[in-house]
Design a protein around this ligand. Structure first.
Ligand SMILES: [Zn+2]
Length: 193
């Protein structure tokens, strides 16, 4: 198989909820499609907020995607493409090392690998898989939302249960919309009780 150039690289798009990560991923993939580069988009099956066969931003733009439960499926379905995009990688159940290894392998094969996901969980702790990818990526873009409390740049995802900060022992991964999460800045973020 021949691929033009030696463009293997990893690009990370990270940030808190509502920072526009998927929107940015979709923007980059639209450019790839306009250039007619063979590409494939993958999304963890667990994210069922929107159509299972699409990635969709909160603002409504969407692209077709292959639903997956493991990065192994990405490796199996990336043989004939030049660009691979993985949205919401924090929902993958693979180990951080497995995610890192898969992305490194694809980039080493000459693929452009674009990965989007949360950099911190609702406890404001780094997601291990994302931490490692950020370290090895050729390009890292950290996006910001606007703090709903004060209007500053928001970097954290405040998880709320009945309006109060979610306790530390709550389940880490919960798919939610505006009722469950708020984007907040460092000052307005309330540490989980
Ligand atoms: Zn604030």
């Amino acid at each position: 198989m021949t691929r033009p150039g030696s463009g293997g690289r990893i690009e990370v798009i990270c940030g808190c909820m509502y920072s526009g990560k998927t929107e940015e991923l979709i923007r980059r993939m639209r450019q790839v499609m306009i250039a007619r580069q063979p590409c494939r988009i993958f999304t963890p099956r667990m994210d069922t907020r929107y159509s299972a066969a699409h990635i969709a931003s909160h603002t409504g733009s969407q692209l077709e995607a292959v639903p997956i439960t493991s990065v192994k499926q990405v490796l199996a379905a990336a043989e004939d493409v030049q660009v691979v995009a993985l949205d919401e990688i924090h929902f993958l159940e693979d180990s951080p090392q497995a995610i890192l290894d898969a992305c490194q392998f694809l980039a080493d094969q000459g693929l452009r690998v674009i990965v989007a996901g949360l950099d911190q969980n609702y406890r404001a702790e780094p997601f291990p898989g994302m931490m490692q990818l950020m370290a090895v990526a050729e390009q890292v873009d950290k996006l910001y939302a606007i703090c709903v409390r004060c209007g500053a740049y928001a970097t954290r995802s405040q998880r709320l249960i009945n309006g109060d900060p979610a306790p530390r022992e709550a389940e880490t991964l919960v798919v939610g919309g505006l009722d469950l999460y708020e984007a907040r800045c460092r000052q307005c973020y309330q540490q989980a009780p």
